[in-house]
Design a protein around this ligand. Sequence first.
Ligand SMILES: C[S@@+](CC[C@H](N)C(=O)[O-])C[C@H]1O[C@@H](n2cnc3c(N)ncnc32)[C@H](O)[C@@H]1O
Length: 284
Amino acid sequence: MPKARKKSIPITRRIDPPSHTTSTTSSSTQKKFKQSSQETARLIRRFHVLNKEFAKCKATNDVKKQQSILAEMEAMGGIDWYQKASQLGQSKRRGGDSSKWLMQTLKKHKLLEQRTSMVKLLEVGAVAADNYERQKSWIQVKPIDLNPQDPRIQKQDFLEMPSPATKEDRFDIVSLSLVVNFVGDPKDRGRMLLHTRDFLNVDGFLFLVLPLPCINNSRYMSPDHFMNMMESMGYSCIESHFSNKLAYYLFQFIKDNVRCPPFKKQIMNDGATRNNFAIIIENN
Ligand SMILES: C[S@@+](CC[C@H](N)C(=O)[O-])C[C@H]1O[C@@H](n2cnc3c(N)ncnc32)[C@H](O)[C@@H]1O
């Protein structure tokens, strides 16, 4: 019997976003994952650069460049390796995951202490399913990720996640720890931040972590600009903390139904040592 011909898939469909590459089956992931901290840090940095380049090529429809970026990502081990590197970055040996700061800050400000029901937390970009294991008597977590590393994590792109229809279906806390910087397109970063509001009732909390240089060493960002952006969305900052590497924020959603004004990409600091991290808010 003649072999059935494989239906060819248009190239543009074959190369969808890199963040959705489920490379768990790739031959590169069969290789042993290197665990040195230099190696994981290098991998994470390179992956972020490629993600940003990919978003640019996608916007200009540069299919050839998209393919070469995907090939490099694949050679590195794809998102699977990236996530293993991130998991390692969360290990106790290297300072633990960022939920520690969230727990301390909630406690310090005596937030959510009066609650009689379970606190509902949406953890976007969860590379481990047990970050809130110690709080399981009072926190009910819904962990989601583009490429789950654990069956308890739901496969879901937050940008495509439908907004809860009722007050009861919303969350008390949305966590975006080291996720916004993962997103390659500055407009999608803005959309992601705006979308968090759909998952919270007024008084709910947004826990946000970014690499510190995104906030304090970018041509297009500053701590004040970021704060202005978040406040324009209806958030109020309860506390922020800058460690050597990370910027932590706990925001409270205080104003529902506000139309956030557009924020364009504009230079606010210049210099050769600056990076290009930006968040763009379009008409919403
Ligand atoms: C650096 S890891 C962050 C891991 C962990 N939250 C932490 O704080 O260490 C970024 C994760 O965000 C996920 N991610 C990025 N964009 C996402 C989206 N739109 N929806 C869901 N997850 C996303 C990636 O798949 C990746 O696992």
